[in-house]
Design a protein. Structure first.
Length: 104
Protein backbone atom coordinates (compact mmCIF):
# COMPACT_ATOMS: atom_id res chain seq x y z
CA UNK A 1 0.00 0.00 0.00
CA UNK A 2 1.30 3.40 -1.01
CA UNK A 3 -1.11 5.77 0.70
CA UNK A 4 0.66 9.10 0.30
CA UNK A 5 -1.55 12.14 0.39
CA UNK A 6 0.87 14.75 -0.93
CA UNK A 7 2.38 15.47 -4.36
CA UNK A 8 5.45 13.24 -3.98
CA UNK A 9 7.58 13.79 -7.09
CA UNK A 10 8.94 10.29 -7.59
CA UNK A 11 7.58 6.99 -6.30
CA UNK A 12 10.66 4.80 -6.03
CA UNK A 13 8.90 2.55 -3.51
CA UNK A 14 6.25 1.71 -6.12
CA UNK A 15 8.90 0.87 -8.71
CA UNK A 16 10.73 -1.32 -6.20
CA UNK A 17 7.47 -3.14 -5.42
CA UNK A 18 6.88 -3.82 -9.12
CA UNK A 19 10.46 -5.06 -9.49
CA UNK A 20 9.64 -7.64 -6.80
CA UNK A 21 6.43 -8.59 -8.60
CA UNK A 22 4.18 -6.93 -6.03
CA UNK A 23 1.12 -5.00 -7.22
CA UNK A 24 0.57 -1.56 -5.72
CA UNK A 25 -2.49 0.01 -4.17
CA UNK A 26 -2.18 3.77 -4.03
CA UNK A 27 -3.93 7.10 -4.04
CA UNK A 28 -3.68 8.96 -7.37
CA UNK A 29 -1.46 11.64 -5.88
CA UNK A 30 1.93 13.00 -6.93
CA UNK A 31 3.83 10.60 -9.15
CA UNK A 32 1.41 7.70 -8.69
CA UNK A 33 -0.51 8.16 -11.98
CA UNK A 34 2.80 8.35 -13.87
CA UNK A 35 4.40 5.33 -12.23
CA UNK A 36 1.59 2.83 -12.01
CA UNK A 37 -1.06 1.82 -14.48
CA UNK A 38 -4.42 1.32 -12.81
CA UNK A 39 -5.68 -2.19 -13.36
CA UNK A 40 -2.33 -3.37 -14.74
CA UNK A 41 0.23 -2.95 -11.97
CA UNK A 42 -2.20 -2.33 -9.15
CA UNK A 43 -5.18 -0.27 -8.15
CA UNK A 44 -5.56 3.45 -7.59
CA UNK A 45 -8.34 4.78 -5.38
CA UNK A 46 -8.95 8.13 -3.74
CA UNK A 47 -10.73 6.87 -0.63
CA UNK A 48 -8.92 4.82 2.00
CA UNK A 49 -11.84 2.36 2.26
CA UNK A 50 -11.52 1.68 -1.47
CA UNK A 51 -7.82 0.92 -1.00
CA UNK A 52 -8.69 -1.57 1.73
CA UNK A 53 -11.16 -3.26 -0.64
CA UNK A 54 -8.48 -3.30 -3.34
CA UNK A 55 -6.07 -5.14 -1.06
CA UNK A 56 -8.67 -7.89 -0.64
CA UNK A 57 -8.66 -8.34 -4.44
CA UNK A 58 -4.91 -8.03 -4.94
CA UNK A 59 -4.60 -11.73 -5.81
CA UNK A 60 -6.23 -10.96 -9.12
CA UNK A 61 -2.92 -9.36 -10.18
CA UNK A 62 -0.11 -11.48 -11.52
CA UNK A 63 3.30 -11.19 -9.87
CA UNK A 64 4.78 -12.01 -13.28
CA UNK A 65 2.70 -9.25 -14.88
CA UNK A 66 3.93 -6.71 -12.35
CA UNK A 67 7.52 -7.80 -12.98
CA UNK A 68 7.02 -7.45 -16.73
CA UNK A 69 5.56 -3.96 -16.23
CA UNK A 70 8.68 -3.04 -14.25
CA UNK A 71 11.02 -4.49 -16.89
CA UNK A 72 9.27 -2.72 -19.77
CA UNK A 73 9.16 0.69 -18.11
CA UNK A 74 11.77 0.94 -15.35
CA UNK A 75 14.58 -1.56 -15.94
CA UNK A 76 18.06 -0.19 -16.58
CA UNK A 77 17.74 -1.06 -20.26
CA UNK A 78 14.37 0.67 -20.65
CA UNK A 79 15.45 3.81 -18.81
CA UNK A 80 18.79 4.09 -20.64
CA UNK A 81 17.10 3.65 -24.01
CA UNK A 82 14.58 6.40 -23.27
CA UNK A 83 17.27 8.77 -21.97
CA UNK A 84 19.41 8.12 -25.05
CA UNK A 85 16.49 8.96 -27.33
CA UNK A 86 15.84 12.19 -25.45
CA UNK A 87 19.50 13.23 -25.56
CA UNK A 88 19.81 12.38 -29.25
CA UNK A 89 16.65 14.34 -30.03
CA UNK A 90 17.97 17.32 -28.12
CA UNK A 91 21.40 17.14 -29.77
CA UNK A 92 19.90 16.82 -33.23
CA UNK A 93 17.59 19.75 -32.67
CA UNK A 94 20.45 21.86 -31.36
CA UNK A 95 22.63 21.07 -34.39
CA UNK A 96 19.80 21.83 -36.78
CA UNK A 97 18.85 25.04 -35.00
CA UNK A 98 15.30 23.83 -34.45
CA UNK A 99 13.30 23.36 -31.28
CA UNK A 100 13.83 20.02 -29.56
CA UNK A 101 11.00 17.53 -29.71
CA UNK A 102 11.14 15.37 -26.59
CA UNK A 103 9.06 12.20 -26.33
CA UNK A 104 8.50 10.33 -23.11
Amino acid sequence: MFTIDWPEPFGLAMIEALACGAPVTARPCGSVPEVMRNGVSGIMATEFDDLVKAVKNIESFSREGCGKEFAARFSTEAMVTRYEHIYLDLMGAHRNGSSPHVRF
